[in-house]
Write a protein that binds this ligand. Structure first.
Ligand SMILES: [Zn+2]
Length: 171
């Protein structure tokens, strides 16, 4: 199994960690394991009623990745309901996120809050203070934000991230 390089953003830790069919001893039951990010995918779609695209943005994964997480999660829960398996919820590859994210500008050091789930990525943001394009998340708990040089590969393909090389087109 390949461990995904990027952790998924999850709003909260699960409140309930284990479910089992009534009246059958646990030792007689088979078990499914739902990861915390799989539970989050179910929550975003079935409780918050988001579109998959929005839900993917919240967890900061691509839409196909989100679709796969959701599909796996639903299959596990359904197997528990149909086949009478126990369901344990724990672990995974995730980062807890609050209601807001803190973005920080590498150029001027300005920090600001961005609502969680707005779908705006740090790497695609512009600093509201100086207009700088090198923005990172400053609130990744227990993890270092990405280095400035590789702030985002997606948003400016083939374009070097040169510090402060502001070239004005008209002069
Ligand atoms: Zn700035």
């Amino acid at each position: 199994m390949v461990r995904p390089a990027k952790p998924r953003y999850v709003q909260d830790e699960p409140r309930f960690g284990y479910f089992k069919p009534k009246g059958i001893p646990l030792r007689e039951l088979e078990e499914e394991r739902l990861s915390v990010e799989e539970l989050e995918a179910l929550r975003l779609i079935d409780i918050e009623c988001l579109y998959q695209e929005e839900a993917a943005a919240r967890m900061e994964v691509s839409r196909p990745t989100f679709h796969r997480i959701l599909k796996d999660a639903r299959a596990k829960v359904t197997r528990c309901l149909i086949e009478g398996k126990a369901l344990g919820i724990e672990g995974g590859n995730y980062i807890l996120a609050g209601d807001t994210r803190i973005f920080a500008c590498f150029s001027c050091g300005h920090e600001w809050n961005e609502p969680f789930g707005s779908g705006i990525r740090a790497c695609e943001s512009t600093c509201p203070a100086c207009g700088g394009k090198t923005v990172r998340r400053a609130d990744c708990k227990g993890r270092r934000a990405r280095a400035p040089g590789r702030a985002c590969e997606r948003s400016n393909p083939g374009q070097e991230t040169q510090e402060e090389t502001v070239t004005r087109g008209s002069d």
